[in-house]
Design a protein around this ligand. Structure first.
Ligand code: SF4
Ligand code: SF4
Length: 350
């Protein structure tokens, strides 16, 4: 893969090459780094934010918005829902774990048998500029789920922060075009710069290995979880859970949703929306109809609590040939009950 370098003060020139695209960059907020839309130079935060640990927000909402109109019904028979082209969007500062999460969502929504048109429109409009994690959080564990704190695929451009600037890699033609448009802001990376990049990557992997050594499962979680679907061990963790759903809302791979209709307007038309659901909420999997006709398959909280882990570590590999957890650690940070997913997986696996 061809590599270049860009000085920190010229980074904006590289990242705003596509002037027809709305650009989102990480910026410090009260809850950590959040993606904000930048319109011109005044709103462009310092490139230093790309050297910080990842923020709580992931790129999921750009692919799969929290709430979205998926149908418009104007008369009878109902008119079909149509997906309109999404605006061109550049997302800067996406982490390697989020790229893995997008690859997972691509399997769920972006290919047969589902091939969701709304999802595909969002994805088709995106330019993704990822950045290596040189400072992983204590809660990060991508290396426990076969990930790395740096990206090797799934990006248009990838940045590695080095002294005074960034090493740049292009993963697609769109990325190479940005490099071309940047002119003399971008120059070929020297062997010393590449050596620094590789050293930083090894250091981040080493830090993750040390941090996560106590959480290494004794055997592959999928083997253990297959035998633990209704085990009492879940109760121990479930009793600390307040069913807030924060873990699923913040997760870059959770994708359960429900549909609802927004009230009829004067002309009788109405919209159908889909919104993020959560297996941690009591209404999850509840169905219309008399209880005796359609019993709730997950009426017990233990069962819903276990569902989150079973789905990610057992059923996702079976269905999508990919883990549903990318080891980002966001759910652990968000949890009011201080439930660490690494500890759950390790103890249930044991
Ligand atoms: S389950 Fe937790 S650690 Fe795994 S991808 Fe979701 S938020 Fe990240
Ligand atoms: S964030 Fe923690 S307390 Fe809230 S639903 Fe998830 S596991 Fe339960």
């Amino acid at each position: 893969m061809a590599t270049w370098t860009v000085r920190q003060e010229r980074l904006r020139t590289l990242l705003t090459g596509d002037s027809g695209s709305q650009t989102f960059v990480p910026a410090p907020g009260t809850a950590g780094l959040q993606f904000v839309r930048t319109d011109g130079q005044s709103m462009w935060p310092s490139a230093d934010v790309l050297r910080l640990p990842r923020g709580p927000a992931s790129a999921k909402p750009f692919c799969f918005p929290p709430k979205e109109v998926v149908g418009h019904y104007a008369d009878h028979p109902a008119s079909a829902a149509t997906a309109t082209a999404a605006p061109a969007t550049t997302i800067v500062g996406v982490r390697a774990c989020e790229l893995q999460a997008i690859a997972y969502l691509d399997r769920v929504f972006g290919q047969p048998p589902v091939s969701d048109p709304f999802y595909r429109e969002h994805r088709a409009a995106q330019t993704i500029i990822s950045v290596d994690c040189v400072e992983p959080h204590e809660t990060c564990f991508c290396t426990l789920v076969d990930g790395r704190p740096y990206a090797t695929e799934g990006f248009d451009l990838n940045l590695t922060p080095i002294d005074g600037g960034f090493v740049v890699e292009a993963g697609t033609d769109a990325g190479r075009l940005l490099v071309e448009q940047a002119g003399d802001a971008v120059t070929p990376a020297s062997p010393e710069m590449l050596a620094e990049r590789d050293r930083l990557r090894r250091a981040a992997v080493e830090k993750l290995s040390v941090t996560n050594e106590p959480y290494q499962p004794a055997r592959p979680p999928s083997e253990a979880l297959a035998a633990a679907e209704d085990a009492a061990v879940w109760d121990r963790f479930a009793q600390d859970c307040v069913e807030c759903g924060a873990c699923t809302q913040i997760c870059p791979t959770c994708h359960c949703f429900y549909l609802f209709d927004r009230g009829a307007r004067e002309d009788g038309a109405f919209d159908r929306l889909r919104a993020w659901d959560s297996c941690m909420w009591s209404g999850y999997s509840r169905m219309a109809g008399a209880p005796t006709m359609k019993p709730n398959p997950r009426a017990q909280f233990r069962s819903r609590f276990a569902n989150r882990f079973l789905h990610k570590y057992l059923w996702s590999p079976q269905q999508w040939d990919k883990l549903g957890c990318v080891g980002c650690g966001r759910c652990t940070e968000a949890c009011a009950g201080r439930i660490d997913i690494r500890r759950v997986i390790r103890e249930v696996s044991a």
